[in-house]
Design a protein around this ligand. Structure first.
Ligand SMILES: Cc1cc2nc3c(=O)[nH]c(=O)nc-3n(C[C@H](O)[C@H](O)[C@H](O)COP(=O)(O)OP(=O)(O)OC[C@H]3O[C@@H](n4cnc5c(N)ncnc54)[C@H](O)[C@@H]3O)c2cc1C
Length: 347
């Protein structure tokens, strides 16, 4: 099977930071059968393999010495409906936000709070995408993938993906082992809106007011998806305007004892629930407290709008963004004694 290969391929337009990088070779496939061939191509050439979605959660700090594989398979449909539970099957090449808006317009609940998260369906399980009190792990019931270690196709249950806060087995023990080609999500027709996160309720009411929707009309998943999208547009810099990969650091999780001692010195430090005996700290607040909002190092900068977002104001390289990230993490460590972990994959 001949695959269309581009050698010395520029990746500048294939990552949302918009940083320059060149790959040894680039292959795009439309049918999942071609995936195994692309994997073999990299192995035969003794080159590493990178699966590339929209490039919205990675940072190229230089050229990529291997084969970049882009998966463009399409398809998003209801495959089963029983007792109000609706299973949808989504191809890895589908844009995540389009899946959310399609499901919401079908009256399906479960992913509306994950609206406007960039990227492809195939990448979403990697870091168990999450926002506004929701995460993919809540709805992903199975996925189909190619297992490079066993050279065979497999179906993994949601449980077998070992999801955690912004992580999964695909980012940890089994990094680079599986090529995800399809996901099955279980949504519901009789869900309840989750408006617990600050700002979502108010944004929803504002949009309903503008639409002239009566207060007694029941809320729809489409209204929630639109409210979340509108809120995100207000809070986060769009990669179409200034290069970025969203939140650059995870909110650190520390022991309750460590959190208590931090709160003594920094009573305003926002904290959130985490696993028993632990608390999640606001990385954004700590970065802001260290005076980084809007700061620049050449074209690498910290967003004016959201201090957790590093941006490329124009011609920054991945190395320059990474140096800035290290500087930010060092000052947070010096001030709060807390380590910040990057969210994007570093290449
Ligand atoms: C403005 C902005 C806001 C964001 N907000 C959020 C947010 O609220 N919550 C959140 O969780 N994330 C957020 N992100 C991060 C990002 O959108 C997600 O991580 C998204 O899932 C990445 O998708 P992608 O297609 O761009 O993946 P890429 O960046 O292309 O790849 C990410 C990783 O997934 C792997 N991968 C990609 N496709 C496959 C596949 N088919 N099989 C196996 N591995 C694969 C890649 O090799 C890489 O390791 C944001 C990013 C931006 C730019």
């Amino acid at each position: 099977m001949l695959l269309p290969i581009t050698y010395n391929a520029s990746l500048k337009d294939l990552n949302t930071f918009g940083v320059p990088s060149e790959a040894w070779a680039l292959v795009s496939v439309e049918r999942w059968l071609q995936v195994a061939h692309a994997v073999a191509l990299a192995e035969d050439a003794n080159r590493p393999l990178l699966i590339l979605g929209e490039g919205s959660n990675l940072l190229f700090r230089g050229d990529y010495p291997g084969l970049v594989l882009r998966i463009h398979n399409q398809g998003c449909q209801i495959v089963d409906e029983r007792d109000g539970q609706v299973k949808i099957r989504v191809a890895a090449g589908e844009r995540w936000h389009a899946v959310v808006m399609w499901a919401a317009s079908e009256g399906l609940w479960g992913i509306e709070n994950l609206a406007l998260i960039p990227g492809m369906m195939g990448a979403a399980p990697m870091q168990n995408i999450g926002a506004y009190g929701a995460e993919l792990a809540q709805v992903l019931t199975q996925l189909n993938c190619y297992d490079r270690a066993q050279k065979r196709w497999r179906t993994l249950t949601g449980e077998a993906c070992r999801f955690g806060y912004r992580t999964s087995r695909f980012r940890e023990a089994d990094a680079e082992r599986f090529v995800i080609t399809e996901c099955v999500l279980t949504l519901t027709r009789d869900g309840e809106p989750n408006l617990s996160y600050p700002g979502v309720q108010a944004e929803l009411e504002l949009l309903r007011q503008r639409a002239g929707t009566g207060a007694d009309a029941s809320v729809t998943p489409l209204e929630v998806a639109r409210a979340v999208s509108s809120l995100r547009r207000k809070k986060l810099p769009s990669p179409e305007v200034v290069g970025n990969a969203g939140s650059f650091f995870k909110n650190p999780i520390v022991t309750e004892a460590h959190c208590e001692s931090l709160k003594t010195d920094h009573p305003e430090l926002p904290t959130y629930p985490a696993e028993p005996g632990h608390k999640k700290l606001s990385a954004a607040w700590m970065i802001e407290a260290c005076g980084w909002r809007g700061k620049r190092r050449g074209d690498a900068g910290v967003s004016e709008r959201h201090s957790l977002v590093l941006v490329n104001h124009g011609e920054a390289t991945g190395q320059q963004i990474w140096h800035l990230a290290q500087e930010v993490a060092r000052s947070v460590h010096d001030t709060f004694g807390v380590n910040l972990e990057p969210e994007p994959q570093l290449l």
